[in-house]
Ligand binder design. Structure first.
Ligand code: NAG
Ligand code: NAG
Ligand code: NAG
Ligand code: NAG
Ligand code: NAG
Ligand code: NAG
Ligand code: NAG
Ligand code: ZN
Length: 431
């Protein structure tokens, strides 16, 4: 698929380092997606590098891993925010910052009738505010698993993406804007490999704890049609789907996402892979969660409709679990497909030129969509488009050779938040 990838052979790198005592990094190409995809040593993969299109645009983004707010002087963001403000229901943010940013809701009161369809409270996925679409949590196609992973792009993901490639398997990848900023070539690999890319916010906060403009900014700077959107800058496409970190969404946040053209994608099973190492959660617990899903698939639970499980591209363990259980999942389910394939989303991005196969095409054996877009579309500093139609220049220098179609959906959590993920421990119910 990547012919140029054989140019800088890892063997020559080994040879050099064995005889010259130099770190291999000098033999690595860390300037292109193809070069980056060749690196197999996780330590080198995770060594920071400079990527000029991002470096030059740093002022157009919030700092990575800080909670996003609308930047002063970002008139595109301000105009868009004002244009959608009237669509946002009057629901107060949950909890009190800063504790609520990490899911410690403190002593909040919440009406047990769940007026806001707050997923964190009772896993509600059918909004109570009119005019907002239901979340996607299961799939219409029987015996089908929506295959996907949260929290990427992980800097050390080449072994995992190589594995998926070797199985002709694609997935839905929920990318965190800050990770895309820090690891742009890795993000480009996601598109180049044919995965479906969705938004997983800028800094992975509990969204319901944010104010309206903060929640807007977490989506805007990650993936929406801002001149400053990082996924557009780096990968060249504008996603139309998102997954809330920790599943923390209510009708207020749904309304903001919906106004930005983002479909909310949840899950029905949780591997809990991200929790290993926090509290008393062990690797055996995660194995058991995978095996439960496999057993359910084997006994006909999904004979009428398919499902999704939350899994993560978060660290070596979560990716290794995905590899370890791949064959069993693939045989227990009839199909593992990206979420967009299960819904016949033929155009997964705002831009023209990228397609996913339909479900019918996929099960007929066509795992590859088509890509007609190409080119270097670094739009920062170029023409501003606040109209909502998006740029039409696919950018990012990704080498897109295929767009194929199968995946599992998971949700990942970023290290520093994982240990702080205390879910509604202190809620008192208002009667
Ligand atoms: C909850 O309220 C109690 C008593 O007012 C207080 O001591 C405690 O710190 C509060 N907890 C949080 C997480 O805010
Ligand atoms: C982990 O510990 C909590 C109490 O601290 C307990 O309720 C829970 O069952 C334990 N979970 C497992 C998987 O052992
Ligand atoms: C199928 O397997 C799942 C997971 O083990 C179990 O929870 C469920 O009860 C089983 N259903 C049937 C109909 O056997
Ligand atoms: C990626 O995974 C590695 C290995 O588990 C981990 O050390 C690293 O923190 C992760 N990086 C990111 C950006 O998630
Ligand atoms: C996990 O780490 C080991 C040791 O570095 C590596 O060989 C393996 O490929 C990694 N697995 C994944 C899925 O990243
Ligand atoms: C996808 O297309 C197939 C074949 O045309 C159809 O049967 C199925 O209902 C469609 N799925 C959705 C979610 O529209
Ligand atoms: C695309 O590649 C050219 C030349 O290799 C480079 O100058 C440019 O910065 C790249 N653009 C992006 C968006 O990666
Ligand atoms: Zn996550």
């Amino acid at each position: 698929m990547r012919l140029s990838s054989f140019v800088a052979s890892p063997l020559s790198c080994l040879f050099i380092s064995a005889f010259v005592f130099s770190p291999c990094a000098s033999a690595q190409d860390r300037t292109t997606e193809q070069g980056e995809a060749q690196i197999s040593d996780p330590n080198i993969e995770c060594t920071p590098y400079q990527y000029p299109p991002v470096g030059n645009a740093k002022n157009n983004f919030p700092l990575s891993w800080t909670a996003a707010t609308i930047l002063s002087g970002d008139s595109d963001a301000q105009a868009k925010y004002q244009s959608i403000e009237s669509l946002i229901p009057n629901i107060p943010p949950k909890g009190t910052q800063p504790q609520s940013l990490v899911g410690n809701w403190g002593n909040i009161t919440y009406d047990p009738s769940d007026p806001d369809c707050w997923w964190t409270f009772e896993k509600c996925t059918t909004p109570k505010v009119p005019g907002i679409p239901d979340d996607i949590a299961g799939l219409p196609e029987p015996n089908t698993l929506g295959y996907g992973f949260d929290d990427g792009p992980n800097c050390s993901h080449n072994a995992f993406y190589d594995f998926l490639q070797s199985r002709d398997q694609t997935a839905t990848m929920f990318y965190i804007g800050s990770n895309v900023m820090d690891w742009p070539l890795e993000a480009q690999r996601g598109l180049a490999d044919g995965h479906e890319i969705c938004v997983h916010t800028w800094s992975h906060r509990y969204m319901t704890s944010l104010t309206n403009d903060e929640a807007f900014s977490e989506l805007w700077y990650s993936g929406w049609l801002s001149i400053s959107r990082i996924i557009k800058l780096v990968v060249g496409v504008t996603p139309t789907c998102w997954r809330p970190p920790f599943g923390d969404v209510d009708d207020r946040i749904r309304a903001i996402a919906n106004a930005l053209g983002l479909t909310t994608i949840m899950w029905q099973y949780d591997s809990n892979d991200w929790r290993v190492g926090s509290g008393n959660i062990t690797e055996a617990d995660i194995d058991a969660n995978y095996m439960d899903l496999i057993a359910a698939a084997q006994n006909g639970t999904f004979g009428a409709s398919g499902t999704m499980m939350l899994t993560h591209e978060l660290n070596n363990f979560t990716m290794s679990e995905a590899v370890k259980f791949y064959d069993q999942l693939a045989s227990a389910f009839s199909y593992l497909v990206p979420v967009g394939v299960a819904f016949n989303v033929s155009n997964p991005y705002v831009e023209d030129g990228y397609t996913l196969p339909s479900f019918a095409e996929y099960i007929d054996g066509t795992h590859t969509g088509s890509v007609t877009g190409s080119g270097d579309g670094n739009t920062i500093g170029g023409s501003s488009d606040s109209s909502g139609t998006g740029g039409n220049i696919p950018s990012g220098n990704s080498t897109i050779t295929s767009k194929s179609g199968a995946a599992i959906v998971s949700h990942s959590h970023v290290g520093s938040f994982a240990s702080a993920a205390i879910l509604i421990t202190g809620i008192q119910f208002m009667l």
